[in-house]
Design a protein. Structure first.
Length: 359
């Protein structure tokens, strides 16, 4: 009797579309934040579309490196590429836990390095005068204007994120140590903090809630064209629209809601606020993040290279002719029988030294 050979049960290296979709659902179910689920879903969908565009690709480290090169060729930012690579590593981890990918291949994918980013991008801040101008253009007698004014006051005065602002409820506003505050606010990453509310912000909030007759539930509601309350809340896109429209009326372009959060931190710091208290206000886990919000590392208002001035060697009226063409410098005479030294650098002559003597 011939014994049958028992083939070893190797895990599959080639993942098909149903397997990837199963791993994708596992990744999304493991995330708690709706924003993280939205970002990871988009990143995984982009990778699956690229992965399935070429036949019989194995899901391994080489393929992920090729995908990183594909993202770099598209000219994406380093943060965007690293974010998509993090989603792919999570996808490989879930595939390994589900038995669809060997642990060795998953470990190799997890070792794919991201793109280095040196330095930080400069943020956008508004001055106190610009902030007051934005609030002035938001103020009005209509119900929508009162809501917009209260929303901007909360963003400027408390430094809320968009997701935190739209999720505020009436029962969260309480008195602590004789001061109004949003108590036990659950922010980004599940961090819990208490945000004090300034008096002028509380006055704007009371004006809105009294006019809208909001006593419970979400504080900010949608306002219909008939200037009446509609629904039980607003989306984050409403915050985007309110900030953009009010800033445009104030003559400010390309202002995002997160810029108002940076402005709140900047104004607190310029008014003498302590760095630790600003960190508590914004809910940052690291003080280095708060320092980037303040922009205190680099002073663009009074840059160091404005402290000196070099006199121009060429007068502005001599630098250009009437036709707009740039004039060359005047040749400098050298010793006799040595020609005239030309400073054209070879752009108009074949030789660096021009000989005026006839041949």
């Amino acid at each position: 009797m011939v014994k049958q050979r028992i083939k070893p049960n190797y895990r599959r290296r080639l993942l098909r579309l149903p397997d990837l979709d199963h791993c994708k659902r596992s990744v999304l179910n493991s995330l708690g934040s709706p924003a993280s689920r939205r970002v990871y879903e988009y990143a995984i969908d982009q990778f699956i579309a690229w992965y399935c565009s070429e036949p019989r690709l194995a899901f391994n480290r080489i393929v992920v490196v090729r995908y990183r090169m594909h993202l770099e060729s598209r000219g994406l930012a380093a943060n965007t590429i690293n974010q998509q690579l993090a989603a792919i590593r999570r996808l490989a981890h879930e595939a390994s836990d589900s038995g669809l990918l060997s642990p060795e291949l998953a470990a190799g994918i997890s070792r794919v390095k991201g793109v280095k980013q040196l330095g930080f991008r400069s943020g956008n801040w508004l001055s106190a005068e610009e902030s007051s101008e934005v609030l002035k253009h938001a103020n009005g007698a209509s119900l929508r204007a009162k809501r917009d004014y209260a929303m901007l006051a909360m963003l400027f005065g408390c430094g809320f994120r968009r997701s935190e602002l739209v999720g505020l409820e009436m029962q969260e506003i309480q008195i602590r140590q004789g001061h109004w505050a949003v108590v036990d606010l659950i922010g980004k990453g599940g961090h819990i903090r208490t945000v004090p509310i300034p008096e002028w912000v509380k006055a704007a909030l009371d004006q809105w809630t009294a006019a809208a007759r909001v006593t419970e539930g979400r504080i900010f509601r949608a306002v219909a064209r008939t200037d009446k309350i509609w629904g039980q809340g607003i989306s984050q896109n409403v915050v985007w629209y309110v900030v953009r429209s009010c800033c445009q009326r104030a003559g400010l372009e390309h202002i995002a809601p997160h810029d108002l959060r940076r402005t709140c931190a900047k104004l607190c710091h310029s008014s003498g606020g302590e760095l630790e208290q600003i960190q508590f206000l914004l809910g940052h886990a690291s003080v280095q993040t708060t320092e980037r919000y303040l922009g205190c590392k680099q002073n663009l208002g009074h840059p160091v290279n404005d402290r000196f001035h070099l006199s121009s060697l060429v007068a502005p009226q001599q630098a250009r002719s009437e036709s707009g063409a740039v004039k060359g410098p005047t040749p400098v005479a050298t010793a006799p029988n040595h020609g005239i030294e030309c400073r054209h650098g070879g752009s108009e002559h074949e030789h660096l030294v021009c000989d005026p003597r006839p041949s």
